[in-house]
Design a protein around this ligand. Structure first.
Ligand code: ZN
Length: 460
């Protein structure tokens, strides 16, 4: 029952997202393309707010992390050196009856409760032995399990070899390590951050914007001395990642840490932890943190023309730093923000839907509403809108009844509505309505700026 309620909530969010312009299915008029989405007028504001919050917290507010914006198209050698060209994939299997494709590891895990990650032949055997039925058509007629590389392949004029749309943003950071160091004179420990698109040709995309084929990552490569005691630094990053999730609205109890067991770790990683969030479809990875050792910089040093070393001016030593890599998904953050904000309340026998976003995330901060469409009210309201739009993202709305307009703003999470009515003409005051408490306060127009500034700052 509880599970159903959770999934209902997901359905409601998908429908609200479309109705109010947060998220649309990609290429919908042509039947849609799985794992791609458009962000509508409000969705793009919300997404930008999440990215800005992240950039401020991890780059602008810190002295030892700097940002870059690297290309999506990277040299073919990079993916050979990083190991992605050889094996960045999942195990897939096709149903010969209905032609649907599935993740073989997921089918096997559901059937025997064990993840046979990477063991292709064993998976083929188990799918046959266990007579696993096709989740789509119910028949048992499978192809052999095959490794499927999830990178999108293309070509580029003037470059030999396969070009891949990057499956993660990190590669661009590693290869700019020396340029960043030389141009910024950063001393260890320091980090390089990047926000950008990444592409994975997932076998099965799904759960709305959870598993996507085109998505955005916010990543940091945090460089430390090889001999440094890395565990406290690693733990601190875990705390910072959880702190960020909570700034988006997550409750502490809806987050948990899942450490990758030793046998599942990449050979170079000392430790990898997924931070999971309790989505309506269960606890799933929200963010990740990995100790990558010196693998990436060592590899690129070996196969490029550049020594990606750090020079310690005090000791005269040269060495390749170790890397701790916190990764954040933009769309998963956005889904978390929507899920945490979504609230239904009963008000006077009716259900009120409110997105209780933290102020910083709200796509619209203040709505300016004249009580009626009469010029004597709309003109001064528009003037207020013009003044406040310089400082806040505002909206002006004069259509439909004031009650309906309040509900509309609630539904998109606007923290404050300012209403200009007939009394305003006489008392030079407006009504400010609070989204969460629905309390209305009369405020002098001359005090409005101070009043709203305080509201937004006290809630930071
Ligand atoms: Zn089938």
């Amino acid at each position: 029952m509880k599970e159903k309620k959770q999934l209902d909530k997901m359905e409601k969010i998908i429908s609200l997202s479309k109705r109010r312009g947060f998220v649309f299915q990609g290429s919908e008029i042509y039947g849609g393309m799985g794992g791609t989405y458009s962000y509508g007028p409000l969705g793009v504001e919300l997404k930008n707010n999440i990215k800005q919050l992240w950039w401020k917290k991890f780059v602008q507010d810190r002295t030892n992390i700097v940002g870059i914006d690297g290309p999506i198209l990277l040299h073919p050698k990079l993916w050979v050196v990083s190991g992605h060209a050889e094996g960045f994939g999942d195990a897939m299997v096709d149903c010969k009856e209905c032609k649907k494709r599935f993740r073989a590891d997921h089918l096997v895990e559901d059937a025997i409760g064990k993840d046979l990650e990477g063991k292709i032949e064993e998976m083929t055997k188990i799918i046959k032995e266990e007579k696993i039925k096709c989740p789509n058509c119910g028949k048992v007629n499978w192809t052999d399990v095959k490794e499927f590389n999830m990178m999108f392949k293309t070509q580029m004029n003037g470059v030999e070899g396969d070009i891949f749309l990057r499956p993660e943003t990190a590669g661009a950071i590693f290869i700019e390590f020396k340029n960043v160091m030389d141009s910024t004179r950063q001393k260890l420990p320091f980090g390089i951050a990047q926000i950008g698109k990444a592409f994975r040709n997932e076998i099965v995309a799904g759960n709305f914007i959870f598993r996507l084929r085109e998505f955005e990552q916010m990543e940091i490569e945090y460089l430390i001395r090889p001999q440094e005691n890395w565990e406290p630094i690693f733990d601190n990053w875990l705390n910072l990642q959880e702190e960020f999730a909570m700034e988006l609205g997550a409750k502490k109890e809806d987050l948990r840490r899942l450490e990758h067991p030793r046998e599942k770790l990449s050979h170079y990683s000392k430790k990898t932890i997924d931070i999971e969030y309790k989505f309506p479809f269960g606890f799933k990875e929200l963010y990740g943190l990995a100790h990558r050792g010196d693998f990436d910089l060592t590899q690129h040093t070996e196969f490029s023309n550049e020594k990606l070393e750090y020079f310690d001016q005090e000791t005269g030593e040269r060495f390749i730093p170790h890397i701790i890599e916190p990764t954040f998904g933009v769309e998963r953050s956005l889904l978390l923000a929507l899920l945490s904000a979504y609230t239904e309340e009963e008000v006077e026998g009716e259900i009120r839907v409110v997105l209780k976003f933290p102020n910083k995330l709200a796509p619209i901060k203040i709505a300016f509403l004249p009580l009626s469409k009469k010029d004597e009210l709309t003109e001064p309201t528009k003037k207020l809108f013009d003044k406040f739009k310089e400082k806040f993202i505002c909206q002006y709305d004069e259509t439909q009844s004031i009650g309906k307009r309040y509900r509309r703003q609630d539904e998109v999470g606007t923290p404050y509505c300012v209403t200009f009515d007939f009394d305003s003409l006489g008392d030079n005051s407006v009504t400010v309505r609070d989204r969460d408490t629905m309390k209305q306060e009369r405020v002098k127009i001359e005090d409005l700026e101070i009043y709203l500034n305080e509201k937004f700052h006290s809630n930071e």
